[in-house]
Write a protein that binds this ligand. Sequence first.
Ligand SMILES: [Fe+2]
Length: 170
Amino acid sequence: MNLAAVWDRVLKDTSVEHSSIHGPDHWARVERNGLYVAQKTGANQTIVQLFAVFHDCMRENDHIDPGHGRRGAEYAVQIKDELINIPSDDFDKFYYACEWHTDEITTDDVTIAACWDADRLDLGRVGFILDPLYMNSEPAQEIAKRDDISVLDRVTVRNWKKLVCRSNVR
Ligand SMILES: [Fe+2]
């Protein structure tokens, strides 16, 4: 699967402001956080990367916005045949992770845990103190306990702006 092509498409189709607290800078940090967790827990990295780009892409506002996770997952269903080539069990898990990421707190599934923790590890951007009780995986709990995301800051974040520049010159 070509993840850059997926990002390219989502960036074109989303109506979330690029500067929004739930925009692509956030998605890229969620991807980084999720890969950090996944490398330590064995979570499915592709699912984590898809969750990052889709989970907030169909938000209509920066507040509670009920149903936005499900809308993001439904949008993924629409472009699945063209761009998202993963086994159907994996797609179902990715869909569940998107749909429930704000309504459910805990999960026993190591991959869904990496998705949700990745999102919650970015809450510092809006002034929240990270809470280990809202984290499902050990690596995320450790970061929250220390309230120190410097281990994440050492990992490269996807440069999504490059994709936007490229698609603008097309
Ligand atoms: Fe998010």
